[in-house]
Design a protein around this ligand. Structure first.
Ligand code: PNS
Length: 158
């Protein structure tokens, strides 16, 4: 039984994130979308709101659940009995930071294996930060985020 974590900020979740989750749902027995809750940051959506959005968007996949964590990801992984963590890669620029994080996680816990999924090319330019900027400035994000997220952005940014 392999449980894979898909960790992230998900502020908000995008279609790029869900593409990675969908890939993982097909590959692993169980997938835990792991939402970081960092009290020193002020995200647009609270951890509970991000969890609710992700739960709504992943309802179709029986082996996917959503949870939040505080502190080190490797500690959360140990708590839930997972050693596999998966991140999406959009471009080489992502790789530089992602490999640094994966090496640090490996240093912190020798059990942990980081895997990377290449995102769909059509989502290669997509990021939560740009989605928020476009939404804030009145642009349409309908093609970039799932419907519940688009609705939540409209409500939050009016
Ligand atoms: O969506 P993001 O912002 O790329 O996700 C980054 C995340 C949440 C995976 C990363 O910041 C993280 O693992 N945070 C938990 C703190 C931690 O474990 N830090 C040390 C590992 S580098």
């Amino acid at each position: 039984m392999i449980t894979a974590l898909v960790p992230g900020s998900f502020d908000p979740p995008t279609k790029g994130h869900l593409d990675v989750v969908e890939r993982c749902a097909a590959l692993f027995d169980e997938v835990i979308v792991s939402v970081v809750h960092n009290p020193s940051k002020s995200p647009l959506f609270t951890a509970d709101e991000r969890i609710a959005l992700l739960e709504e968007c992943t309802r179709g996949w029986d082996n996917v659940r959503v949870a939040s964590f505080q502190g080190l990801l490797v500690d959360f992984a140990r708590e839930v009995g997972a050693t596999t963590m998966v991140k999406g890669l959009r471009a080489v620029t992502d790789f530089e930071f992602e490999i640094q994080m994966s090496q640090m996680n490996r240093h912190l816990s020798g059990d942990v294996v980081s895997l990377f999924v290449a995102t769909k090319p059509e989502y290669a330019y997509l990021s939560s930060s740009l989605v928020k900027e476009v939404a804030r400035l009145g642009g349409s994000v309908d093609a970039l985020v799932p419907e519940p997220v688009a609705a939540a952005l409209k409500e939050r940014l009016v």
